[in-house]
Structures are given as structure tokens and as C-alpha cells.
Write a protein that binds this ligand. Sequence first.
Ligand SMILES: NC(=O)c1ccc[n+]([C@@H]2O[C@H](COP(=O)([O-])OP(=O)(O)OC[C@H]3O[C@@H](n4cnc5c(N)ncnc54)[C@H](O)[C@@H]3O)[C@@H](O)[C@H]2O)c1
Length: 445
Amino acid sequence: MSVLITLPADHLHRQPRPASKPTISSHTFSGRQSFAPGNTRPDNYYTEIVHTRYKMEATSAATFSIGSTTSFGPKLSLNPQSKAWGVRFNPKNSLKSLKAAMSFGFHPKAQKQNQISRKNFQPQASYKVAILGAAGGIGQPLALLIKMSPLVSALHLYDIANVKGVTADLSHCNTPSQTLDFTGASELGSCLKGVDVVVIPAGVPRKPGMTRDDLFNINANIVKSLVEAVADNCPDAFIHIISNPVNSTVPIAAEVLKKKGVYDPKKLFGVTTLDVVRANTFVAQKKNLRIIDVDVPVIGGHAGITILPLLSKTKPLVSFTDEEIQELTVRIQNAGTEVVEAKAGAGSATLSMAYAAARFVESSLRAIDGDSDVYECCFVESELTELPFFASRVKLGKKGVEAVISSDLQGLSEYEQKALEALKPELKASIDKGIAFANKQAVAT
Ligand SMILES: NC(=O)c1ccc[n+]([C@@H]2O[C@H](COP(=O)([O-])OP(=O)(O)OC[C@H]3O[C@@H](n4cnc5c(N)ncnc54)[C@H](O)[C@@H]3O)[C@@H](O)[C@H]2O)c1
């Protein structure tokens, strides 16, 4: 028997349909909830689903999911007359899984229970995810979160150091996916073969006093060589670039893929989800809102003033004083530095970044799996402005970016309009720097 957990109406917010994308229809749920394109589900929208589900399935740990659950996807009807948002949960299987999980290694019938559990732990969908730089500060917690996704059947962990131990450790978690380790250039190809999503957090992080651009010299080469391997081994995969400076590493990746003749702009993403996660958190705190309700689009790029939270587009509708806008905008732009300074030389954001990256992976997998209602902000090739790459909300589909949502850029406040113009020269310089770097390099064949 399946139980449909229905979320309250206030989890969804109304927003006008973007005029420039008339082909995407808006969807109404239960006749009273509306979710239109240009609107993303509120950040943490899924947390409540996850929370409920996690509580129900407690220690089985087989179905925990960041950002979504397996039951989203084709099973979710988007028919206007159809059901409310919901999640299918099978208490019968869950109970079996729970019992089986609890009996591992203790019960004389453990072997049999293991078989039962193996059957019950089978993911409802099976995608392969690779993390390049998996033994690092971001890589490790990200691997753990992805290991908990029921959408993932195989998790390939690659690093130049220490990845064996991370993989051995993670492989003991009784979740469906198989975890495999790969190390050194000779194993990179095997790591990437057949992979659906590649996440790249490889590289050095900031230390106090450094800008993201200071990382360019080291990380540019790392990203270049890793993306060459992606081009050779899994050119159809979604590529998520986390390594900074994202404003330059994404253009580098694009140039490498072009030289290899496999560039698909719809499948190359700079991960800016952390900016949205931070914006939502800070706004909820400031305005005393339920965190689950808050959604702030963040556009531009991923460094300093190129990060532009559109507070005027906050859902739910909320008004800010000029001082609040200034304070929140600056805090969101400098939030990475806040963490770098607090860590005092021990690195940059890793846990919140892993959380944000896991959300973006989960969104990508749901889109690949057929969920036709997935929206995320990310840094992609774009025609929204005169810049060749720009972060904005996009609609994700099976083949990557299905639509860039332009409505967020309409009706900006004067503050945002000025900030948008002010960020363009810096963002353009970072993009150009990445392109120039890639074009100076020979591409490995
Ligand atoms: N996009 C974002 O929002 C965001 C947020 C925080 C950090 N970052 C960036 O993410 C990157 C990683 O940060 P971290 O804290 O995990 O750093 P870290 O130093 O803890 O980990 C980096 C890992 O990359 C590995 N590595 C280095 N060269 C490699 C190569 N050629 N192939 C494979 N692996 C390699 C290292 O061995 C290490 O395990 C940094 O560039 C950082 O600036 C991005």
C-alpha cells in the first residue's frame, strides 16, 4: 500500500508566468496551489518531505534523500486536475528494510535478511555519479549525502590522494549504491565510463585574505585536465563544476569540451546553489520566516559582487528596508569569506557546500529521471545578458537546461538593476580570463 503525504498549500508560491517562455505551462495542484515556471520550489521545500520520510524510515537509512525523493519524477502528475504534491511511501517495504537493517551481523538469519534487504534496498532508479576530488573537504560530505540518495546505484570516487579510505568507510553504509574508488590519472577513465553526473570539487580552497580568483593558477589546470577526461569518457554526462573561481572554470570547461568536439552547453553547470541556500537562510532569519517557505533567486556569477541575490523576487512576498537590502546583499556576497575567516586557514565552506552540491545533484538526477518540474539557479551558457555565461534560474530536463528563466530579470528594483550593471565588467573579465587560458593550452588527446 502506498501512502501519499500531502504538503500544505503554503509550500508553494504564486508567481506570474514569464512572458518570454510561453511554451511552458503553469501547473495547479489540488485546485489551490500554483507552481509556475520562473518559480522554483522554495529552498528546503523537500526538507520537510525528507524529514517526514526519514522519521518514518528511521534507521533503515536506505531512502534518505537530499532535495527530493525517488517518488518524484514520472510518477508525479503535473496534470492541473491531478493530485497535490506528494511523496509515495511504502510502509510495508520500509518495515522489512528496517528489520533487515537492524539485523545485519547480529541475527542468525542475517544472511537471509540480507537478501531481503538487498531486494528492498534496490533503488527505484539507478544512476551513476562520479565525484572528482572526492577525498577533500567538500568531496567527503558530498559523497556521504549522495550515498544516501535512492536515485543513485553507483558512486565513483576519484582523487589523487586518500580516496581508498574514504570509499572503504562509505561503503559500509547500508544504502543502495555501490561505492568504488579510483585514484591517479590511469584510473580516471574507468571512473568516468557510463557516468550520468560528474561533480568536480577538485582543487585548492581559499585561505584568509585570498579571493576566488587567487585560486585560478592552480585550479584552472586541474579543471582543464579533468574535463578533458570527462570529454573522452562520458561526454553525455551532466558536468557540475564546483572548483573556484567558477566564473572562470566553467568557461575553461566549455572551451575544453569544444576543442574535443563534445560541448553541449545544456549539460555544463557552474554550481551556485550555495548562494541560494545562503540567501534563503539569511532572509528567513532576518524576516523571521519559516525557512521552508523562503526562496530567493541569485543571479550573475559566483564571486563577490558578481553574486546578486534578487531580494525583490523573494518568495513569500516580503518587504525590505534599504538598509536591510544592503546588509543582506553584502552578507550573501561575502558569506564564503565569513566561513574562510572563521576557519582561519583550515579551508573554505565544505559542509554547506556539500549540502548545496548534493541538492543540485539530486535535482539533476530527478530531471534526468523524467521529473518535468525541476528548477535551480546555476551558472550556464546564457543569452539572458550580453555575457556568454550567467547564473540564473533554469528549468532542468532529461537533456540538461530546458529553459533559461528570464522573468526573474524583469521588473528589478533600482538597487538590483544598478548592481546587475556593476557586476558585468568583473564577470566578463573572469569569463574572458578562463577562455583565454583554455585557448592558450594544448588539449590532451
Ligand atoms: N562553488 C562553490 O560554491 C564553492 C564553495 C566552496 C568551495 N568551492 C571550491 O571547491 C574546491 C574544493 O574545495 P575543498 O574545500 O573541498 O578543498 P580540499 O583541498 O579540501 O579538497 C580538494 C580535493 O581535490 C583533490 N585534488 C586536487 N587535485 C586534483 C586532481 N587533479 N584530480 C583529482 N582530485 C584532485 C585533493 O586531493 C583534495 O582531496 C575549491 O576550489 C573551493 O574554492 C566552491
